[in-house]
Design a protein around this ligand. Structure first.
Ligand code: NAD
Length: 498
């Protein structure tokens, strides 16, 4: 059965599609079309922004205490129904159920942070800055926020943004990925069940036309984007040209350096977990293992052993790894296996034999693959593959490994595995990436910090959630006040402080 996945605008479902166009939504584990989603354009976006603009005015006047209560109720509803959301995610993205539940839990961390909005929005007060003059600062919402999210975390990435934007008094128009759009609608409906007024969180489906309509709309004040680097750059340039504040989180090529003194079993576990979790479709996946000699042979042998026990299959059947998101993406990722071999890398494990996959034959299957003897000139090294393909680059020293990582144009996350505290400390200081793990492979910061990369992994200067999120969704205002009549009479001079 094919369902129609509606927009959610002003508290109601809608199906307006630009030129009547709909997109197919697949179950990646069966290959079947399970849904059709309207591809909205200017019409749907205009309606959603109008609803958001109207709702924003009332919402910003809602007390912080009331906002916190609604956020708390939303947190409780989503936590209680987490498994239901995980099923929706798995059915459209393909990741295994545990992983889907994990992404909901990480998204809830940000809701939990946002529940503390009275604390987060506290200003500063200076009594007696000048004679009888006090000064205080406040932060106010920017207005209407557009959130544009990628396919790989259909619940968590939207939850990086809308809870804090809404807690701060803004209204939001969320444009999720058209590949797995249902999680966003589900979240918006639950938020309204928790008491959020209609229009404060709207969901519009679509692709480029919907994104362009948000970027150009004069009533959208800020854009939070997450996706691939070329689109992030485009969104940043077009959005800022239209006068908006924009944060655009982008693609990645994350390296994990393993020093000879590291616990090799721990490092092998980490490489496999972070390389193949969610079929490598994570912006914080480990894509490159930098093995500092002489341990490469031993490390590769341990990684290969662990790969042998991974079960790929339908995410609802208790497997370790699910399918890729679409047939097209599966073909693109598989093409890198040929490209790697052609460029001289050694294919240690080839994931293309999918005979033993625990799933339907038409699912978008590709099992984990491992390359050894990769170098920086090969496309398997330079490109973000975004699939279950792990590359090992052998280096002779820590310095050579650090240089490799710093020369890479991406700088999202990175990790070092070592038992040497001095080396770890030097790495954290010198490495050019926004998020660093020390014996931790996917260093996704907790909600109280902020998430973001360097170099081509982020455009703009503000990271997601945490203190940066609060800052991004608010504007500062400073109030200088005096309640005593000034003593000096008429004086056209620039007032000094006394
Ligand atoms: P994508 O860039 O294809 O799409 C992201 C969003 O942009 C979607 O909502 C999509 O509809 C929209 N879009 C697509 N083409 C567009 C166009 N031409 N013009 C305007 N909008 C367009 O990314 P994806 O494939 O959905 O997600 C995977 C990418 O996201 C990877 O590169 C991954 O590294 C990145 N990602 C980054 C982070 C991070 O925090 N840095 C987190 C998650 C994912």
């Amino acid at each position: 059965m094919t369902i129609t996945i509606e927009h959610w605008i002003d508290g109601k479902g809608a199906t307006d599609a630009e030129d009547g166009r709909f997109g197919d939504v697949f179950d990646p584990a069966t290959g079947e079309v399970t849904g059709r989603v309207p591809l909205g354009g200017t019409g749907a976006v205009d309606r959603a922004v109008d609803a958001a603009r109207t709702a924003a005015d009332g919402w910003r006047r809602t007390s912080l205490a009331k906002r916190a209560q609604i956020l708390f109720a939303f947190r409780e509803i989503v936590a209680a129904r987490r498994d239901e959301l995980a099923v929706i995610i798995t059915a459209q993205h393909g990741k295994v159920l545990d992983d889907a539940a994990g992404e909901v839990a990480r998204g809830l961390e940000v809701v939990e942070l946002a529940c503390g909005v009275p604390q987060l929005l506290k200003g500063e007060f200076t009594e007696g800055a000048s004679t009888d003059v006090d000064v205080h600062s406040i932060r106010q919402p920017v207005g209407v926020v557009g959130v544009i999210s990628p396919f790989n975390f259909p619940a968590m990435v939207p939850m990086w943004f809308f809870p804090i934007a809404i807690a701060a008094g803004n209204a939001v128009v969320l444009k999720p990925s058209e590949k797995d759009p249902s999680a966003s609608v589900w979240l918006a409906q639950r938020f309204e069940e928790a008491g959020l007024p209609p229009g404060v969180l709207n969901v519009v489906h679509g692709g480029k036309s919907a994104v362009d309509a948000l970027l150009d709309h004069r009533d959208v004040d800020a854009i939070s984007f997450v996706g691939s680097t070329p689109i992030a750059r485009y969104v940043y340039e077009r959005g800022t040209q239209a006068g908006k504040r924009v944060q655009a989180l982008a693609g990645a090529k994350n390296h994990m350096m393993v020093l000879p003194d590291a616990d090799l079993d721990g490092a092998a576990d980490a490489a496999v977990n972070a390389g193949f979790g969610s079929a490598g479709e994570r912006c914080m996946s480990i894509s490159v293992v930098v093995a500092v000699e002489p341990i490469a042979d031993e490390l590769i042998s341990r990684i290969r052993d662990r790969m042998g026990s991974l079960r790929t299959g339908d995410g609802r059947r208790g497997c370790d790894m699910g399918p890729l998101v679409t047939a097209e993406h599966r073909e693109r990722v598989a093409s890198y296996l040929d490209a790697g071999v052609a460029s001289g890398a050694q294919l240690v494990v080839d994931g293309r034999d999918v005979a033993d996959v625990d799933g339907e034959p038409d699912g978008f299957w590709l099992k984990p693959s491992l390359f050894d003897r990769v170098d920086a000139s090969m496309s398997i090294y330079t490109d973000e593959i975004f699939g279950p393909v792990l590359s090992v680059v052998r280096v002779d020293s820590y310095e050579q490994g650090l240089q490799l990582i710093n020369d890479n144009p991406y700088g999202n996350g990175t990790a070092i595995f070592t038992n040497d505290g001095r080396a770890a400390r030097a790495f954290q200081y010198d490495v050019q990436a926004g998020m660093v793990g020390i014996n931790v492979p996917i260093p996704v910061p907790i909600g109280a910090y902020s998430f973001g990369g360097w170099k081509n992994s982020l455009f703009g200067d503000t990271h997601a959630y945490g203190p940066h999120g609060v800052h991004f969704y608010t504007r500062g205002k400073v109030v200088t006040s005096r309640w005593q009549a000034p003593a000096g009479g008429v004086d056209l001079g620039f007032p000094g402080n006394s």
